[in-house]
Design a protein around this ligand. Structure first.
Ligand code: NAP
Length: 276
């Protein structure tokens, strides 16, 4: 659809954001659904300037990425319960000037995991204690999963374990724990450092479900090791697409074309790889 005077504007904001797959994924979805909208990427200096632009230009929806997921909260009219508990907003819906903050990371992760496993009663090892881990942790707790938080820094790890009501294990002592599901939420293993993996292979047991939030590359070292040891691997790209699909539904009220969004994400990743 050619942009015109009626075209609605959506965007992802973060710093850096030029590598984001979200423009490819959301523009493909708008186009397939016949919605007159475009989705761009911006790197504002701070959230105050960004929110002013959203209000002035009437931008209809925003994806928020690092480092603004927490900093945006004071500027919003309302924050949904998961985003409030996680202290992280990854989506803004502009309802006629009222800015609603939401978090779709938790549900995106659950949907990707639920394709492979039930969650109630399952022992989940959550590696990392940042914004993504918080959203996923609260979503899993609501599903009845039994969590353990593993993190490099004790302060952050213990803090998340406390609010989730679960145990904390320092990253360098994680070998001793067992679980049914492992979720890797740190940036370790992301390109160009693709040979790194924060998880020791010993804890990967056959049948375990292993999800890595890193999706660049899609097959991380952790996921490769997991497959080699008979685990069920879940890629971060799957979660990314499901969280984007929920954003699309929040913004438009339309069923998201999930397969097409995933294809657009994969093609954008391949193009970026070719550009290197
Ligand atoms: P964040 O708030 O900055 O948290 C980062 C976490 O990773 C912290 O717990 C930090 O531990 C840990 N960490 C960082 N570097 C580490 C290292 N070298 N060794 C061990 N631990 C390390 O980040 P976030 O927003 O949660 O995002 C985390 C990752 O998830 C990013 O790569 C992001 O791109 C990805 N993500 C993916 C999706 C998806 O849809 N696939 C969605 C959201 C986020 P300390 O406390 O010790 O610093």
């Amino acid at each position: 659809m050619t942009p015109d005077q009626h075209t609605a504007l959506y965007a992802v904001v973060g710093r850096p954001v030029r590598h984001s797959l979200s423009p490819a994924v959301h523009n493909a979805a708008f186009s397939a659904a016949g919605i007159n909208a475009v989705y761009l990427a911006f790197e504002p200096p701070d959230m105050g300037a960004c929110i002013q632009a959203v209000q002035t230009l009437g931008i209809k929806g925003i994806s928020i990425t690092m480092p603004f997921k927490t900093a945006v909260i004071p500027y919003l009219s309302h924050v949904d319960p998961l985003a409030e508990r996680a202290a992280a907003v990854n989506t803004i819906v502009n309802e006629g000037g009222k800015l609603i903050g939401c978090n779709t990371d938790g549900n995106g992760a659950l949907k990707a995991l639920e394709e492979k496993t039930d969650l109630a009663g399952r022992r989940v090892i959550l590696v990392g204690a940042g914004g993504a881990a918080r959203a996923i942790g609260f979503s899993l707790k609501d599903k009845g999963a039994v969590l353990s938080v593993v993190n490099r820094s004790h302060e952050k790890g213990e803090g998340l374990a406390r609010v989730l009501g679960c145990r904390f294990i320092p990253l360098n002592r994680m070998d001793a724990i067992t679980g049914d599901i492992l979720i890797q939420t740190t940036p370790v293993g992301m390109g160009p450092h693709i040979d790194l993996c924060p998880v020791s292979p010993e804890i990967l047991k056959p049948g375990m479900v292993v999800m890595d939030l890193v999706y660049r590359p899609v097959e991380t070292r952790l996921l490769r090791m997991a497959r080699e040891r008979g685990c069920i691997a879940v890629s971060g790209l799957r979660m990314l697409i499901y969280q984007a699909a929920e954003q699309f539904r929040l913004w438009t009220g339309v069923d998201p074309p999930v397969s097409l969004m995933e294809r657009a994400g994969k093609e954008a990743l391949e193009r970026q790889h070719d550009d290197l």
